[in-house]
Design a protein around this ligand. Structure first.
Ligand SMILES: *[C@@H]1O[C@H](CO)[C@@H](O)[C@H](O)[C@H]1NC(C)=O
Ligand SMILES: *[C@@H]1O[C@H](CO)[C@@H](O)[C@H](O)[C@H]1NC(C)=O
Ligand SMILES: *[C@@H]1O[C@H](CO)[C@@H](O)[C@H](O)[C@H]1NC(C)=O
Length: 673
């Protein structure tokens, strides 16, 4: 009854009977997989064309009166076409690979040599027919057709999809059980994939007789997998994959120890020392499950203290001693290995802190930006901690590589104020945090109030910004400090934690203007400006110039004094000025006129030249009977104190450095008296 009288040309193509999708999926990069399923209710007849059934009435026009499609076939677009018939659904499905990825609308055109009695009931196990697949490009409306294929439905009956009944899991394996409606099923295959990946892993073909059970081994602990099964009966037509079962492998002990860093801080008011210990959350691949918390133990001598926390930091008060610290993570299955550290709390240790931190909002996230002086130490990582002040559960930790200077914090609740801290980490040592408060509406809860000059030199201007903790009136993405002169302008991003900002390489004796701008989403807001003029010379320059000059003058002075002395000493001997001595005075201005009192110089007594003491000349003048003047070329130490005291001169005594006076010089003194 199935054989009609139609004269459709029959081209029998080879059907790829095995339909396990995977073989087709491997070529996904170049081909797109097409699938078309039809049931009896989708099929319509074509009026006068008694031997044709179509899915869309418009397809009737495409068949000529003799039932042959009047267009060219395009078999390269229907690669590896495979079709099957599912008995209990009475559905006919074909799958093929299409070269391009364009969207197409596909339909079947079914025909038979003789008339079809009912299109609705043509899909039954005893039926056979010819069919063509028509594919219409939805954009270009170009129609392409497959070869005409002939099919006997009984030969392409597919095993029904199996049903997974249970999946039991351990930490590394899954025990999968399934059933099939078809008792004649002899072979099955299982495939599984991690939920976070796309590619499936297939098991070998399993011979199943009594039990439909298989154990998948070597899986990751605490990972969610998706599993499905397909089976096939004797005739060899594989079923479709069963619906996927999702299951999680159980937890195992954490595999790795947490990475630990610390810093020592001194409380200036109380003088107490605190040891801050920070650690990094275990990687999900090492955690083996859900980390429930961390245990930190601090041991000094034999005294041991342990703290359990779900946070990633802890503060321990310490004294100046050595401490052993261990940190371990634990989940339901057990503990991780320990991370061990020995810390000497004798001297304070910390990595230098982040220099500036600014937070702005970006959508529903907070964007952090900071600066760090990498010349001091190479930071391996930055740890970021954020915590809502009213909802302590809203917050967390994040680590970023040491070469980054920004981070994005998501999961931020609007209307909540967050305290955000950034720690710099260098191996097992870290620095104290730098913190700001921020929310989604305002960004950083700080406002720049003003700025003032700290110092001006001929090439450098240093400015200090003054900040205030408040809700700013505008949301500033960042503040920029700018210096503008005739020949140059420079920019700096300013941060609340950076006390001073400097501009270098300025020109001396030049007028500059400093500005502060706040960058907002809608543009710039100007905060303040200031005029400044660089000096021609710096204080240092002046010092540098003047000191050598002063030294030179001083040196010259000293030199000239020394020279003068030396000259006096060795070349121009002192000659006693007789005018200064009493005796000389007397000799030079001898009062010839007879006064009432006559001064007599007894010459024979005056000079007694002692040959043994050539240098010492004793000059004795007797102005009156008991008045003595003693002169000595070398000083008064020749005369005894007693003598001096006993014979007190009535006239002031002058001591002059005298050269040796020989007897010839006696002429100098007039002896006319
Ligand atoms: C068609 O099937 C063959 C054999 O299974 C396979 O090697 C080939 O890659 C398939 N071609 C496409 C385009 O899927
Ligand atoms: C796998 O699961 C089935 C059904 O739950 C059970 O009968 C069988 O003993 C399990 N096999 C193993 C190795 O646990
Ligand atoms: C930081 O690392 C670079 C490259 O490894 C190195 O050249 C530099 O000396 C390091 N700086 C410090 C302060 O350790």
């Amino acid at each position: 009854m199935m054989r009609g009288t139609g004269v459709m040309r029959v081209l029998i193509s080879v059907f790829c009977v095995c339909c396990c999708e995977s073989s087709v999926q491997r070529n996904k990069q170049r081909f797109s997989i097409q699938e078309l399923t039809v049931t009896g209710v989708d099929l319509k007849d074509c009026g006068k064309q008694k031997n044709v059934c179509v899915m869309s009435s418009s397809d009737c026009l495409n068949t000529a009166s003799d039932g042959t499609p009047d267009v060219l076939t395009s078999p390269e677009n229907f690669v590896n076409t495979s079709c099957h018939f599912v008995k209990h659904e009475e559905s006919f499905t074909c799958r093929w690979s299409q070269m391009s990825h364009v969207t197409t609308v596909n339909t079947f055109i079914i025909s038979r040599e003789n008339d079809i009695i009912s299109c609705r009931s043509i899909l039954n196990p005893y039926s056979s027919f010819d069919f063509v697949i028509k594919s219409v490009n939805v954009f270009s409306q170009r129609e392409i057709f497959s070869h005409v294929s002939s099919v006997i439905l009984d030969e392409i009956v597919q095993a029904p999809r199996p049903v997974i009944t249970s999946v039991n899991s351990t930490d590394t394996s899954l025990n999968v059980s399934w059933t099939s409606k078809d008792v004649t099923v002899t072979k099955c295959q299982i495939r599984y994939r991690r939920l976070d990946t796309e590619s499936w892993t297939e098991s070998v073909v399993l011979d199943v007789c009594v039990e439909f059970v298989h154990i998948i081994c070597d899986l990751q602990p605490f990972t969610e997998y998706s599993v499905s099964v397909c089976c096939c009966h004797e005739s060899g037509q594989w079923s479709q994959w069963s619906s996927e079962a999702r299951v999680m492998t159980s937890e195992t002990m954490p595999r790795a120890a947490p990475q630990v860093s610390y810093y020592l801080a001194l409380d200036r008011t109380s003088g107490s020392r605190q040891l801050w210990i920070l650690w990094k959350a275990l990687d999900p691949s090492d955690a083996g499950g859900i980390i429930q918390g961390y245990e930190v133990s601090v041991t000094r001598l034999s005294e041991r203290r342990s703290v359990r926390t779900s946070d990633l930091k802890v503060c321990v008060p310490v004294v100046s001693e050595e401490y052993d610290i261990t940190v371990t993570a634990y989940n339901r299955a057990g503990r991780s290995p320990y991370h061990q550290l020995r810390v000497s709390a004798d001297h304070l240790q910390a990595v230098s802190v982040v220099e500036g931190l600014w937070v702005s909002s970006e959508g529903l996230s907070l964007r952090l930006h900071w600066i760090y002086d990498l010349t001091a130490v190479n930071v391996s990582e930055f740890a970021i901690e954020w915590r809502s002040s009213s909802k302590p559960s809203s917050g967390g930790w994040k680590r970023v590589n040491g070469c980054y200077s920004y981070a994005l914090l998501s999961g931020i609740i609007s209307e909540e104020t967050y305290s955000i801290s950034v720690y710099s980490i260098h191996g097992s040592l870290c620095g104290p945090p730098v913190s700001v408060s921020a929310d989604l509406k305002h960004g950083t809860l700080m406002d720049l109030v003003s700025f003032r000059l700290v110092s001006v030199t001929k090439s450098c201007v240093t400015v200090k910004c003054v900040w205030r903790e408040t809700e700013p009136s505008v949301h500033v993405l960042q503040y920029t400090l700018m210096i503008k002169g005739k020949h140059l302008s420079q920019y700096l991003t300013v941060f609340p934690h950076k006390e001073q900002n400097s501009f270098y390489n300025l020109q001396p004796n030049t007028q500059y203007t400093l500005y502060i701008h706040g960058q907002t989403t809608s543009g710039k807001v100007s905060k303040a400006s200031l005029d400044v003029k660089t000096p021609l010379l710096d204080y240092d320059d002046i010092i540098k110039c003047c000191v050598p000059l002063v030294l030179l003058v001083l040196g010259f002075g000293i030199f000239s004094v020394v020279i003068k002395r030396a000259c006096k000493e060795y070349f121009c001997s002192d000659v006693a000025d007789p005018g200064y001595s009493q005796i000389g005075h007397w000799l030079l201005n001898a009062p010839r006129q007879a006064n009432s009192k006559v001064c007599v110089l007894m010459l024979e007594d005056v000079f007694t030249v002692d040959q043994s003491e050539k240098n010492v000349i004793r000059v004795e003048s007797r102005v009156s009977s008991d008045e003595n003047v003693k002169m000595s070329s070398k000083g008064a130490d020749e005369t005894s104190d007693d003598e001096e005291n006993s014979v007190r001169p009535s006239c002031p005594v002058d001591y002059v450095g005298l050269p040796v006076i020989t007897a010839d010089n006696l002429d100098y003194v007039p002896s006319s008296l």
